[in-house]
Design a protein around this ligand. Structure first.
Ligand code: NAP
Length: 281
């Protein structure tokens, strides 16, 4: 039974995990963050029961959530796991899994259970102030258990945490995960940032007239650079392959447009609308 959890990194996602655990479970949550103001606020609001800037003492928790940027996750695990009790579940919320999990598997002893996690919820905003206890309700939540994680351990984690905070667990391996999020999250992010740069380069005066369409397609370009730099680098191989495939699609489109191929254009637009309609709102 999971009774006590530590959340490292009380930002948008870590703050939301802590708030969701407070709202939907009886689990005691302690918070760890580099920012004292964030810790003070989380304590004042009752989101966490104890606050620490770092872990350099024996930490009696059943689950450790690492909610820091992707580039820091492996180091956080390396520094903290020696202070945990054996049998502790360690999980993260990072947006890519393969590079981070391969690194962690190199040093983490088999009597700690690492379950990679990635909630498919969030916004372009960062920080504790934007966190929300209902962020994960009805959202998919990818779980990538390491080989050492026994079925029973995964079941407890899913039942007592993931489902309780309202999320829908999806168990995958890290290659599958990184390709799925490459397609639906990372390539769209790169396209959104490309579009923003493209518009500025082609006609920066046009930006002042931007309306719904441009704002919708570039909203995620407002996200944090630090976080996205880590995500893009850690999924580089998948993204290079997907971006080349995307480039082929654009080149194909250009060729048909040059040929004034109306049938192609109509079919292209129709198919895109049908695929988009299939996404549940
Ligand atoms: P965020 O709002 O910037 O939160 C990160 C938090 O971690 C901040 O409070 C930060 O403090 C703190 N932190 C940084 N280094 C730390 C350390 N060494 N020890 C303790 N705390 C530390 O970012 P986020 O959006 O929650 O993203 C966190 C993770 O969630 C990332 O791995 C990201 O890939 C993943 N994720 C994000 C989304 C999304 O939509 N945003 C969705 C799913 C998954 P400072 O601000 O003071 O540095």
């Amino acid at each position: 039974m999971i009774e006590k959890v530590a959340v490292v990194g009380l930002g948008l996602i870590g703050g939301s995990i802590a708030k969701a655990l407070r709202k939907y479970t009886d689990i005691d949550v302690i918070g760890v963050d580099v920012d004292t103001k964030t810790l003070d606020k989380a304590l004042r609001e009752g989101t966490i029961s104890e606050a620490f800037r770092e872990i350099n003492f024996a930490l009696e928790v059943d689950v450790l959530f690492i909610c820091t940027p992707v580039g820091k996750i492996a180091d956080n695990v390396k520094n903290i796991y020696p202070h945990l009790k054996k049998g502790c579940i360690i999980t993260d919320v990072g947006s890519t899994k393969k590079v981070v999990m391969e690194e962690i598997e190199k040093f983490l002893p088999l009597d700690f259970y690492f379950i990679g996690g990635h909630p498919m919820a969030g916004t372009e905003k960062a920080g504790y102030d934007y966190s929300h206890p209902d962020l994960f309700v009805d959202s998919f939540y990818f779980l990538v258990p390491s080989d050492s994680v026994e079925e029973g351990i995964l079941e407890i984690f899913v039942k007592e945490i993931i489902k309780k905070i309202g999320a829908k667990p999806v168990i995958v391996d890290y290659n599958e995960h990184d390709r799925i999020v490459g397609v639906i999250s990372h390539v769209p992010h790169i396209i959104s940032t490309t579009l923003s740069n493209f518009a500025h380069r082609e006609c920066k005066d046009a930006l002042k007239y931007a309306a719904g369409g441009f704002k919708d397609t570039t909203r995620i370009a407002l996200s944090q650079t630090e976080m996205w730099k880590d995500i893009i680098f850690s999924n580089k191989e998948v993204l290079l392959e997907l971006l080349k495939s995307y480039k082929d699609l654009i080149e194909d489109f250009i060729q048909h447009l040059e040929e004034e191929d109306e049938d192609f254009l109509v079919d292209f637009l129709n198919r895109a609308r049908e695929y988009r309609k299939n996404i549940e709102v």
